[in-house]
Design a protein around this ligand. Structure first.
Ligand SMILES: [Fe+2]
Length: 163
């Protein structure tokens, strides 16, 4: 995707066109994180079966953390002179990944689907690290720290699936 945003001001020392590139990368991460925390809550509500308590209770702290990640990304966009977009219609119009489709299902079925969903978010975060690293080290640091947490969540998911 080409650069679409160019702010009228940004942080000192950053080229305006480069700021636009960073903002665009961050906006897609914001959409992904907003989708993720909503989807994690959806799973929290719909998981059933023998591992209900373990999965239901695993998810709430992750949801809180992912909301904080979205907040950090949105505020970096604003700091860079951009306009963070957090509305659901914009998210659905912009996203390049599929909606999470499972409703009520047992824990293992949800965790397999979550494995794939988290994988997509993590892949996007890695691409954002690569795309922004040479332009804005602060953004790179924010996304990199989130990547570490998201990969840990993936381990939690896979630890349930591993037998
Ligand atoms: Fe709850």
């Amino acid at each position: 995707m080409g650069r679409m945003t160019q702010p009228t001001y940004t942080v000192p020392g950053l080229d305006l066109a480069d700021a636009g590139t960073v903002i665009d990368a961050l906006q897609m991460r914001l959409h992904a994180l907003n989708d993720l925390h909503l989807t994690l809550k959806h799973i929290h509500w719909n998981v059933v079966g023998p591992n209900f308590v373990a999965v239901h209770e695993m998810l709430d702290p992750q949801i809180d953390d992912v909301r904080l990640m979205a907040d950090a990304v949105a505020e970096r966009i604003a700091t860079l002179g951009g306009v963070p977009v957090g509305t659901p219609g914009a998210l659905v119009a912009a996203r390049t990944w599929e909606e999470y489709t499972l409703g009520k299902a047992d824990a293992m079925t949800h965790l397999k689907a979550l494995d794939a969903f988290l994988g997509t978010v993590i892949g996007g975060h890695r691409e954002a690290v690569d795309a922004t690293g040479d332009l804005d080290a602060v953004t790179e640091g924010i996304v990199l720290a989130q990547l570490e947490e998201l990969e840990k969540y993936l381990w939690f998911v896979r630890a349930h699936l591993d037998r």
